[in-house]
Design a protein around this ligand. Sequence first.
Ligand code: T46
Length: 138
Amino acid sequence: MNITQCRIIELPKIGDPRGNLTFIEGGRHIPFDIRRVYYLYDVPGGAERGGHAHKGLHQLIIAVAGSFDIHLDDGCGRKTIHMNRSYNGLYVCPMIWREMDNFSSGAVCMVLASEYYDETDYLRDYEDFIRTTKEAGR
Ligand code: T46
């Protein structure tokens, strides 16, 4: 899998004078079934999150409030995406190194994930990640 498969998915948005509503249905709006939801919040200014890849996890990352940057790296190419829309989700496929920074005050990063938490799914060392991508034939 490579970075070209990581893309912004525009989610349904129901506009209303009372406020907007966005919904997500697993397997329908996103290309996997949802097993886990988690979110980052109260992120201090200047903090960085991520700094790892997942071997098999599919994710949708959403800035439900505020904004932040995500830097993606598949071992061959890199791209940075600024997340600042509550109705946009960034689909991240397996074997993508990601780093997140530039969190605005009050930012909330919600992640929908295809699997339960499993530390053995993580590659937390960049050299290890590069070695694994090479072994996989890229
Ligand atoms: C990603 C970014 C956006 C759990 O116990 N359960 C969980 O579901 C998760 C995600 C984490 N944890 C524990 C494991 C660590 O002891 O919470 C601690 C911090 O987790 P992690 O280092 O994974 O946190 P981030 O913010 O660097 O990364 C997480 C996701 O792992 C990652 O896939 O894209 O959020």
